[in-house]
Design a protein around this ligand. Structure first.
Ligand SMILES: Nc1ccn([C@@H]2O[C@H](COP(=O)(O)OP(=O)(O)OP(=O)(O)O)[C@@H](O)[C@H]2O)c(=O)n1
Ligand SMILES: C[C@](O)(CO)[C@H](O)COP(=O)(O)O
Length: 372
């Protein structure tokens, strides 16, 4: 039984990182960075509970990776994410780290744990060896400290300190503001925070993403409905019937979405856009695909190719293939040469052959985003 909980904050947007993938989702061989960081830290101390704070769009996906952690939905800011996570903490002490500090060494954790008990917050810091200018004046650099994470706090004090509308950039500043006691210990240059894209190269111990490929299939079927507009692959097909559906019924896009989600191991379209949700009534499927493509890139993948087969006795598909490919190429951010569209009839057999509806089968291949 331990009196310590670990919180790994992973709910950020990586706005300043400016890579195709969010930093928490870069693959270290086959492991997302957030999992790699969490596993490493969990081996450095005895934790009663490990909380992983996830972005609201990613929590469901994160939960697929490891059952041992408690996943909490983060907020709009680091502090909101902290507040949400602290609600799950029942131990006397809590250690909080940014996933962005990807290579924290064990020595830093030991330095924190060696001081546990007296002060309200224990903080790893670095001294500054460069000259420091503040408002154009050179100041005494001995008075300047660079604050890092993980930080070790008394849970109740941290909860109290963060019960405010004032935004703090770290836990120690919040505790300092309520006159809590702070103990500074030796941090490490290895604990550098990954903020801007090029800083990833300052972390040579992180292994590159594996060269694996991932495939997923998708199938969708929709029945015809008279008097509706028909959309296939985001293109309006001139027809006096469309598809019966909760959304705009773009059976092709739905099939591609499932193939992409399948390749990423991220479930299916219904988990992202439930057909019971009024929000998606009549939804433009192009926007749904856009959202999925953004998700696929955010969580560390690149699209290699897609191939799809439209099973339709009617309407004739060939005249629209070119437009559909162009539209898909735009939405997927994928060159046309990597998109293939095939069409076949049902030879007048089955529901396709009887002209009751259309089916589309897709296959998508993904690879990890190469950040190194
Ligand atoms: N709403 C937020 C914002 C940030 N964080 C986490 O707080 C840490 C420090 O944030 P930062 O390094 O700035 O990451 P991002 O917020 O993702 O980056 P940016 O500010 O560039 O968008 C990160 O581990 C980040 O995941 C969080 O959990 N919830
Ligand atoms: C918490 C922190 O890492 C301590 O140095 C830092 O303040 C986080 O800043 P960010 O702007 O949220 O990345």
């Amino acid at each position: 039984m331990s009196d310590l909980t670990l919180i790994v904050l992973c709910a950020g947007n990586s706005t300043r990182f400016q890579h195709k993938a969010k930093k928490q989702w870069l693959r270290i061989e086959n492991e997302p960075l957030w999992l790699n960081v969490t596993k490493r830290l969990s081996g450095f101390a005895q934790f009663e509970k490990i909380i992983v704070t996830a972005h609201k769009n990613e929590i469901g996906y994160m939960q697929n990776f490891d059952d041992d952690y408690t996943y909490v939905t983060g907020g709009e800011t680091r502090q909101e994410s902290m507040a949400n996570s602290l609600k799950e903490v029942t131990t006397k002490y809590v250690m909080v780290t940014d996933v962005a500090r990807a290579c924290v060494p064990k020595s830093v954790i030991d330095n924190l744990l060696n001081e546990k008990g007296v002060d309200d917050c224990i903080v790893p810091v670095l001294d500054v060896s460069d000259t420091v200018i503040y408002n154009e004046n050179t100041i005494n650099r001995d008075n300047v400290k660079l604050i890092q994470t993980p930080q070790l706090s008394k849970t109740e004090i941290l909860k109290k300190a963060l019960n405010t509308t004032t935004e703090f950039t770290d836990d120690s500043s919040a505790i300092n503001a309520i006159n809590g006691s702070i103990k500074y210990v030796k941090g490490s240059i290895k604990s550098k925070k990954l903020t801007h894209g090029d800083e990833i190269h300052d972390m040579p111990s992180l292994k590159p993403a594996s060269n694996n490929f991932f495939t997923g299939t998708g199938i969708d079927i929709h029945q015809f409905e008279d008097g509706k507009k028909m959309y296939l692959g985001g293109v309006e097909i001139p027809c006096d019937y469309g598809f019966k559906a909760h959304s705009d019924g773009d059976v092709l896009i739905h099939s591609v979405i499932d193939a992409l989600l399948g390749a990423a191991g991220a479930g299916d379209i219904g988990e992202f856009f439930p057909d019971t949700d009024p929000k998606y009534k009549g939804a433009d499927s192009k926007l749904l695909l856009q959202e999925i493509v953004e998700f696929i890139y955010n969580v560390g993948y690149e699209i290699v190719n897609i191939d799809l087969t439209i099973l339709a006795q009617q309407p004739k598909i060939n005249p629209f293939k070119k437009d559909i490919k162009k539209k898909l190429s735009e939405i997927l951010a994928l060159e046309k040469q990597f998109i293939n569209i095939k069409a076949t009839t049902g030879e007048k057999m089955g529901f396709v052959g009887r002209k009751e509806g259309v089916a589309v089968q897709s296959i998508a291949t993904l690879k990890y985003y190469k950040w190194k």
